[in-house]
Design a protein around this ligand. Structure first.
Ligand code: GAR
Length: 206
């Protein structure tokens, strides 16, 4: 019987969303899943330090170093198999995954995006650029979305969303911080728990 779903977290940068998952695991709010692997597309990502400090195994798969998309994705597949992973959480993962890769993990990949999808999402909208675009458009409310990943960038089924106010004088950096604190770090651990619990239930039903 499967006690905990094994989660791989894919990162590329600072890893504050990874930290939120680590904290949730420690606090017991993430209890149906365990953080089994942190995979970074960037060998210098600070997220790798966070993983090591928490005792979570790490792997680095760099698209640039591996040369081709095929080599990159087969390295990822190997790492996932080696750690017997059940679900993947993209937490600031800035490399592209092909439709072929995604098709191997239907409803098993989650992504956190720093806007209320379908606003400010899709090709070219990532990280600070999302908040710059929201401020440039003059919207008064933004937020974050956790969605399943399919072959369409930011186009998979929405699982959770949370709105965040934009305040007068906001800079992209200030807005990014508020969206992370009020929405991303709350939603992502909750979504990881929901999907982990569902996976356990499905395995028990077999
Ligand atoms: C987060 O704001 C995440 O939502 C965003 O990158 C940041 C990563 O921060 N992801 C995207 O824009 C994906 N389209 P972190 O490394 O501190 O978690």
């Amino acid at each position: 019987m499967l006690k905990k779903a094994r989660i791989a977290v894919f990162v590329s940068g600072g890893g504050t969303n990874l930290q939120a998952l680590i904290d949730a695991q420690r606090a017991g709010t993430l209890h149906s899943g365990e953080l089994a692997l942190v995979l970074s597309s960037n060998p210098g990502a600070y997220a790798l330090e966070r993983a090591k400090a928490a005792g979570i195994p790490t792997a680095v798969c760099s698209r640039k170093e591996l040369g081709t998309q095929e080599a990159f994705e087969s390295a990822i597949h190997r790492a996932l198999a080696a750690h017997a992973v059940h679900l993947i959480v993209l937490a600031g993962f800035m490399s592209i995954l092909s439709a072929d890769f995604v098709s191997w993990w239907p409803k098993r990949i989650l992504n956190v995006h720093p806007s209320l999808i379908p606003s400010f999402c899709g090709k070219g909208y990532y990280g600070l650029k999302v908040h710059e675009a929201a401020l440039a458009r003059g919207v008064k409310v933004t937020g974050a979305t956790v969605h399943f990943v399919n072959e369409i960038p930011d186009g998979g089924e929405i699982l959770l969303q949370k709105a965040v106010d934009i305040l007068p004088g906001d800079t992209p950096e200030a807005l990014q911080k508020r969206v992370m604190e009020q929405a991303e770090w709350v939603l992502l651990p909750r979504a990881a728990e929901l999907l982990s619990a569902q996976i356990i239930q499905e395995k028990e039903g077999v």
